[in-house]
Design a protein around this ligand. Structure first.
Ligand SMILES: [Zn+2]
Ligand SMILES: [Zn+2]
Length: 258
């Protein structure tokens, strides 16, 4: 068992060659992939892939980069599309103050609308956060006070302190290929000490190809390389790491078991 908790199978670079890419992933032991939405215009295609492939599931959501372009997407719209049997999570949503592609106040409003959709559906939130630790932690905690909701911090690159806050809120933490980069010493330190029962792995394909594929278009099969690296880093067997992260994936995204 091996689960890629975050990929974009309908993005340019992967969509043209989806069948071969899925075959390569399965050949390397990938048994589950979560196909993540970033804008409304791709929801139909992202869900269609999940309808076609038994080991692919979908999310619906608006990336923080896209918040300005989606003023009409509210909790009700998310909840309505989330009723689809193959939609197992809400996101990716969150805050990105590194690129600031959308107004920060609009990013925050969109983030809260996604959280409300999680509360209403019981589905987990897929959180994107970059250079916005403080506001992300504050919003996650404040919204938790209105009623609990599950979730994952995807492509985790934040501080150990933020990891502790997210874990305390019950969140899972997903580690991408970035952890294999030589420059990622702080991330490696945090990833080495995360509790095994809260850990997920992902590719964020087509982005962030791990060592030894750096520079190539990322694809879900590469999650095996990240899992191997993480197992070594943590002093666990590859088997132990892949089984645990896959079980965590199906526990968090519980609708995948339906
Ligand atoms: Zn992201
Ligand atoms: Zn993503």
């Amino acid at each position: 068992m091996l689960a890629d908790s975050h990929c974009h199978l309908n993005y340019k670079g992967l969509v043209e060659d989806q069948v071969a890419i899925l075959t390569r992933a399965r050949d390397r032991g990938v048994t589950a992939m979560l196909n993540i939405s970033t804008r409304e215009s791709e929801w139909d295609a992202v869900i269609a892939t999940a309808e076609r492939e038994p080991d692919v599931w979908a999310t619906v959501g608006i990336h923080p980069h896209e918040a300005d372009a989606h003023p009409h997407i509210d909790t009700a719209k998310l909840v309505e599309r989330a009723r689809h049997p193959r939609v197992v999570g809400i996101g990716e949503s969150g805050l990105d103050y590194y690129y600031d592609h959308s107004d920060r106040v609009r990013q925050q409003a969109s983030f809260r609308a996604h959280i409300a959709a999680c509360r209403e559906t019981g589905l987990p939130l897929v959180v994107h956060t970059r250079d916005a630790e403080e506001d992300t932690a504050a919003i996650l905690a404040e919204e938790m006070g209105k009623g609990a909701y599950p979730g994952v911090i995807h492509c985790f690159t934040a501080s150990g302190d933020f990891a502790d806050k997210a874990l305390a809120l019950g969140f899972y933490i997903s580690i991408s290929g970035i952890v294999t980069f030589k420059s990622a010493k702080d991330l490696q330190e945090t990833a080495a000490r995360l509790p095994l029962d809260r850990l997920l792995v992902e590719t964020d394909a087509p982005f962030l190809a791990p060592v030894p594929h750096r520079g190539k278009t990322g694809e879900p099969s590469f999650v095996a390389d990240t899992a191997h690296f993480l197992a070594d880093l943590r002093g666990e067997s590859v088997e132990q790491l892949t089984q645990a992260t896959a079980m965590n994936f199906h526990r968090l995204f519980a609708k995948t078991r339906a």
